[in-house]
Design a protein around this ligand. Structure first.
Ligand SMILES: Cc1ncc(COP(=O)(O)O)c(C=O)c1O
Length: 475
């Protein structure tokens, strides 16, 4: 039988690399005892079960339990990841023409949210740690300045934590937004586990966010695409502005045949974390301290104690390996670890990012340390040219809103000839992954030169076709 996808999956599984990546259940290690009948559980809205589009029975009960666990007033199960949740929350909270603070380093689903809601971005720049070549977060001061300069802002979308486990000053930012009645929407795709351990950074649910979204599949033992959308029912005596609208948009944006497997894993992950989360996270944090000590001896910098004024706290479950002192890039480091049987989540110019969850076992960390020993033995043996990239701190002129840019016809032109054109798709240097130009922005020669110089130094540019063509609005 010809089944290319099935065959490749079987081959991959049989090689058994240690999984320091999503999904958080790590090969279903936690599942067998509690979810032994996965294929049989793939059901539909038969009598006795419930309907995600109009939950009145078990789905409603499971969502209520999740709302309580994550400290929201209402939870909606998502079967298309945080991506769909971000679209729903932005369509719920914002109206066409609303002006919204958007950190320039937000996830790409936020661009989709801008197009779908018709809201217009007021971009704010996150801080950049040039020594570490790391984009961090927007500071409360920068939020304050943006709010003072734009009193009619409707709200803000912010990420907590980011891919590297860095968390912004959510509470302080909440207070700034409160003063002007602005909404706080949080992309907590990487933070579903935070609420289950008091040593971890505060979750959006503890910082009075209005709406927030969590990918259960990233940091909890849940199936890929499963995620939670949380809504707060209005603060003080205020009636909820969002509950009915969120329910309506949720109905619009989710399949009418949502997978019971995904919903069951959302229910199960919540229950398991409430029951055993604290104890399991304690164990995970112990494994990680042990691992970080050993990696330190091997000369691998885990960025322990990393602090910056705009970073409130770091998520200790996210393991970062800065391998630049070993003389190679994170990309090369990832390749070497793969040879040694470990698959990480992602890499950049100088770092590897490992997603660690309660499903990781002591032996996985032992294997990781052994793989890192192999990595450290390569020190200086594959020296690559260190590149010093230019990452400008400018926000280009907005000519069209993201929605207008989305509606217009696009053409591809060589990047070097794009001066004066209007950008059609986000483009920039990766890492750090901040768009140099976003859809609707005017492309200037400074930005073109910057990207071409970075490319000549060996950096990757994202958003280009065949590495040279940029999408622009047709004239
Ligand atoms: C910060 C952030 N937000 C949102 C998403 C989208 O989440 P999902 O993959 O669950 O749709 C991601 C995915 O990696 C992400 O990193």
């Amino acid at each position: 039988m010809y089944m290319p996808l099935v065959s490749k999956l079987k081959e991959y599984i049989s090689n058994q690399p240690v999984p320091f990546h999503m999904p958080g259940h790590k090969g279903g290690r936690q599942f067998p005892a509690e979810l032994p009948f996965l294929p049989q559980m793939d059901l539909t809205e038969v009598p006795g079960l419930d309907n995600l589009q109009a939950p009145e029975g078990v789905i409603r009960e499971a969502q209520l339990a999740a709302a309580e666990a994550f400290r929201s007033d209402a939870c909606f199960f998502l079967v298309n990841g945080s991506t769909s949740g971000i679209h729903i929350m932005m369509m719920t909270a914002f109206h066409p023409g609303d002006r919204v603070l958007i950190p320039r380093n937000c996830h790409k689903s936020v661009w989709g949210g801008l197009v779908l809601s018709g809201a217009e971005p007021v971009y704010v720049l996150p801080e950049y740690d040039a020594d570490r070549e790391l984009v961090t977060h927007v500071s409360p001061q920068a939020v304050g300045r943006a709010v003072d300069g734009n009193p009619n802002i409707a709200g803000m979308v912010i990420t907590n934590p980011d891919y590297y486990g860095l968390c912004p000053h959510l509470l302080e930012i909440r207070k700034i937004l409160n003063k002007n009645g602005m909404k706080l929407l949080v992309d907590e795709a990487h933070g579903a586990h935070l609420i289950f351990h008091s040593d971890l950074p505060p979750s959006a649910g503890e910082c009075d966010a209005d709406i927030w979204v969590q990918s259960a599949h990233k940091s909890l033992p849940a199936l890929t695409q499963s995620a939670y959308l949380h809504v707060r029912e209005g603060r003080g005596n205020k009636e909820s502005e969002y509950l009915d609208k969120a329910a309506q948009v949720h109905r619009m944006m989710q399949s009418t045949s949502p997978s019971y497997l995904l919903m069951a894993s959302l229910d199960w992950a919540r229950a398991y974390m409430e029951d055993k989360g604290r104890e399991k996270l304690d164990k995970l944090l112990d494994y990680l301290s042990w691992t970080r000590r050993r990696l330190h001896v091997l000369g691998i910098d885990t960025m322990q104690g990393y602090s910056r004024p705009e970073v409130f706290q770091t998520d200790a479950t996210r393991l970062i390996l800065d391998v630049s002192e070993l003389g190679f890039t994170g990309f090369k480091g990832e390749e070497i670890l793969r040879q040694a049987g470990v698959q990480v989540e992602m890499s950049d110019n100088r770092r590897l990012v490992l997603i660690c969850t309660i499903a990781d076992r002591e032996e996985d960390f032992r294997r990781l340390v052994e793989a890192c020993r192999f990595l450290s033995q390569k020190k200086g043996k594959c020296r690559e040219k260190r590149r010093s990239l230019t990452i400008s701190r400018e926000i280009p002129r907005q000519m069209l809103s993201p929605k207008e840019a989305f509606e217009r016809k696009k053409v591809l032109v060589p990047l070097k000839d794009a001066r004066g054109r209007i950008c059609g798709e986000p483009v920039g240097t990766y890492p750090p992954g901040i768009p140099r130009f976003c859809p609707g922005e005017l492309i200037d020669s400074q930005g073109i030169e910057e990207m071409l110089e970075n490319q000549a130094l060996g950096a990757r540019l994202f958003g280009l076709t065949e590495n040279v063509l940029i999408s622009v609005i047709a004239e």
